[in-house]
Design a protein. Sequence first.
Length: 176
Amino acid sequence: MSWTKIGNELTSINRRSFGGRTETVGIDVDKGPYLLMAVLCQRADQDQYGSFNVINVLEQLVVGSDDPGAPEEFPGFRLESQLVVSLASGEFRGDAVISIVPTDPALKKLEAVSQEVRFSGEDHRVTIVSNVSLDVEHTGVYWFNVLLDDKSICWIPLRIGYHRGHQEPWLNLTPN
């Protein structure tokens, strides 16, 4: 297995701007841990050999009805899904905390979840599966910030749309 380094330096001192805020992001690509996967999905199962199966990756959801009595405004709903984060240790050994901080389309932070994990070095993997139960009250992009020891390592977007009337499964949600 080999790792590809992007650019000459990508370390924990990198900064990213999001919603008018600047924060420390990234992990040390020379030592690890390395992000293998971070995805929002309908379900994730671990098989008898320890591998994870990610089922129905969620990137966008369109809520709606072709019923003439459907509400004009987005009615909201409860999202029940799972979020999977998988990391490889690399040279890193020790305990760390993985946190997931959801943010609604108005950039309001929602209730975070955290889990302590232990990295054993080399090609050891750490995978967490977090149940997501979220009251979706607005259309737009919900963001799930994944942090390792309070440093952002990635953002997972989920676009929510609302449509009344006939809807094709490939409906484009890109804002005009």
